[in-house]
Design a protein around this ligand. Sequence first.
Ligand SMILES: [Zn+2]
Length: 400
Amino acid sequence: MGCGRTPTGSVRGVIRLAEVISALDEWYDPRTAEKWDAVGLVCGDPGDPVTSILLAVDPVEQVAAEAERTGAQLIITHHPLLLDAVHSVAATTPKGALLHRLLRGNRGLFVAHTNADAADPGVSDALAARLGIDVDGPLEPLPMPPLDRLGVYVPMADAQRLIDALAAAGAGAIGQYERAAWMSEGEGTFRPLAGASPTVGQIGRIERVAETRIEMAVPRHRRAAVLAALHSAHPYEAPAFDLVEQAAQPSALGIGRIGRLRASMTLAEFAAHAAARLPATVWGVRASGNPDAVISRVAVCGGAGGSLIEVARAAGADAYLTSDLRHHSVGDAMAVLPGTGEPRTPMALLDAAHWATESPWLDGLGDRLRSRFGTTLSVHVSQINTDPWTVHSPSRRSAG
Ligand SMILES: [Zn+2]
């Protein structure tokens, strides 16, 4: 008990779709989605009330039927329904028929795809947690939002007022702090030339003024506003300042995760462990590498992560688990160096079913929605396995 936050919705009794979207956009910032992706609200009216939500990996017919059974007014999926351009959503096509079915039932569809991959926590965090991996960070971190650093010289008496003006325009925000600035004091000197209107000094005479140098961080998207504030609030006709772009810093957001298994095991054991821990599919888990190699540092990427094989190797992974790995990319990654009998830096690869690597994320999303909106909202995680592979037949082992 305590005076914690009251879940949204229990106050007014009705939760609108717009409130759910706002929470989803907060957790899975659409600005972090890949350029080619299609995320956000696919259909639905933000003003509609929502009492029940269904979470699924794929927006398919069986999931729409499950939403009807559970009474969900909103389906949140990881995969987009309309990723490729369409010129028709006629009910004569599978996607069109699905949209019609949702709209007839007044059901919304919301997609959190690569923005849910990049988020912290995101899809690969859930995958890592399911496999017993303590995560160190993203496999391929997104950069922090770009920053500039502004340095400006101002008469000492005007320093605090200028800091206020720069801060109001967006400078000096660092984490949970605002109006952060460095000040150092010294002496400025200048000679106003003919035509100048000096605030201090006279035309043709060298002036010496006690000045403060102010340094502040500036989010790059606020650069123009901060410079406008500088020129407007600074007492000088021609303020002296410098503005430099800071080096990019990695953030906690990004695709894939790298971490350490809580208990090291051989590759053969890790493949069996992953197959047992991940949602069951006919595919299971297959691996490439020495079955007896000891695996402790592991990279994972929910979904198709074949493009990150060398990133995982460079991060020092003993094994990289993802899905949709291709013959040639695995073959190239496992190619041995002449004379050593080993790949450049040995790293095992594990290939699980795409659906199985992403569906663990749904449980965490369900928990977040319940915790944000309370019991006014019922949240169901889809019980339907939408892995498109339905048959697996192991090859007969040759004798010996
Ligand atoms: Zn996927």
